[in-house]
Design a protein around this ligand. Structure first.
Ligand code: NAD
Length: 386
């Protein structure tokens, strides 16, 4: 069996972390399945490499290939200052309709954490990626646009706002929310996770975040009635129903407390864009692993895995970056294919290498008695530990 996976090396540290990562992914597959399974890697150009070779940051050929692809993985891309794009990453997400950003968060032994029991964190966040305040519909204070909108709201909608306010618009749709929540529930079912928590601030933002909650329960009842149960419908005094995924909801501020104090009660979290952004980074910090967190952005046809950090320009070319984020994103890709044995090998190897305390400089800072190794050497240690 051969799977075609497109890859974009990325800018800055991208080429070196990719060079360290690819052999680990190939070796994990080979060690698990011999010659029976293989990834066929095909490079696509984007970012600085694309600009140098084609004169464009995002060549049409790259976009066309991605529009027809099922699987891709990328290193970080820098945001060109003064270029034609707000951000290449945002452009890719919009053009490819990558509406679900999925980030698993769990602790690796040996990495220092600011909490007492980081091992209790084993969560997967599904963040809506296309709507909410991120649509960028904003009007600066004291501009003709904001004054016009304030006048409309005042005259036509009976909303009293002072004239010098700045305004932002928070659009959220039923379809946009439900397609994200559907993915989260399906994931929980596929991976045998016990709950999906809908994260919202619906007590205040009733028709946007409150609706996210309502639409979530509605979807679960309509499409997953046989396999899910709403927390409120559980018999009194019980927390589970055998074989069913519990659908619950938590107000965002409470959830930030609860993931610290009752981490083991949360498994899959589905969140609108802004909440999802905040909770992803807060949870990553909780396990001490901001720099190694993996992720994927998904549409209905494409799963586009990516290192979640940026290009770290100061580290570029120095063989000092940590390749773990892109390697663990590769492990997610293998899991997505159902190649769980190969993915498991990578997680196991990560544990072994971290226990050996030979790590890249960013992790060495978080560990006692660690020896610093280069990006390439860290990849080789992982490869040897598979
Ligand atoms: P950054 O993630 O590059 O750096 C933040 C911090 O993390 C720095 O201290 C950096 O040294 C460290 N770091 C990042 N990657 C590391 C690695 N692999 N190993 C060890 N340490 C690492 O964020 P930034 O400085 O805000 O952004 C730099 C560039 O990256 C910008 O052009 C930005 O637009 C881009 N960026 C891209 C993505 C992406 O492609 N998904 C994400 C974030 C930022």
């Amino acid at each position: 069996m051969q799977e075609l996976v497109y890859f974009i090396e990325g800018d800055g540290t991208g080429p070196e972390i990719w060079a360290a990562a690819k052999p680990v992914l190939d070796a994990a597959v080979e060690k698990s399945y011999g010659q029976d399974r293989r990834i066929e890697w095909r490079e696509l150009l984007a970012g600085e490499k694309a600009l140098a070779e084609t004169g464009e940051l995002l060549p049409k050929e790259t976009l066309t290939s991605l529009q027809n692809a099922k699987l891709a993985i990328k290193g970080p891309l820098s945001t060109p200052v003064g270029g034609g794009f707000r951000s290449l990453n945002v452009t890719l997400r919009q053009v490819l309709d990558l509406y679900a950003c999925i980030r698993p968060v769990k602790h690796y032994q040996g990495i220092e954490s600011p909490v007492k029991h980081p091992e209790r964190v084993d969560m997967v966040i599904f963040r809506e990626n296309t709507e909410d305040l991120y649509t960028g519909i904003e009007f600066a204070a004291d501009t003709p646009e904001s004054r016009k909108l304030i006048k409309f709201l005042r005259d036509e909608m009976g909303v009293n706002l002072s004239e010098n306010m700045a305004l932002g618009i928070k659009p959220m749709s039923k379809n946009g929310s439900q397609r994200l929540i559907r993915k989260a529930i399906q994931y929980a079912l596929d991976k045998k996770r016990d709950s999906v928590a809908l994260m919202h601030k619906g007590n205040i933002m009733k028709y946007t975040e409150g609706a996210f909650r309502e639409w979530g329960y509605e979807l679960a009842a309509e499409e997953f009635a046989d396999s899910c149960v709403a927390e409120k419908d559980l018999p009194a005094g019980t927390l589970k129903e055998a074989g069913k995924v519990i659908i619950k909801d938590r107000i965002a501020d409470y959830l930030f407390q609860a993931v610290l104090t009752r981490a083991s009660e949360f498994s899959v979290i589905a969140a609108p864009n802004l909440n999802g952004d905040y909770i992803s980074d807060a949870l990553a910090a909780q396990v001490g692993g901001l720099g190694i967190a993996p992720g994927v952005n998904m549409s209905d046809s494409l799963a586009f895995f990516e290192a979640t950090h940026g290009t770290a320009p100061k580290m570029a070319g120095k063989n000092s970056a940590n390749p773990s984020s892109v390697i663990l994103s590769g492990a997610m890709l293998l899991e997505h294919l159902g190649w769980d044995e190969a993915a498991g090998r990578i997680h196991q190897a990560m544990n072994t290498v971290l226990a050996g305390r030979k790590v890249t400089t960013d992790l060495a800072r978080l560990m006692d008695n660690a020896t610093t190794v280069g990006c390439k050497e860290f990849g080789e240690l992982l490869g040897a530990a598979l």
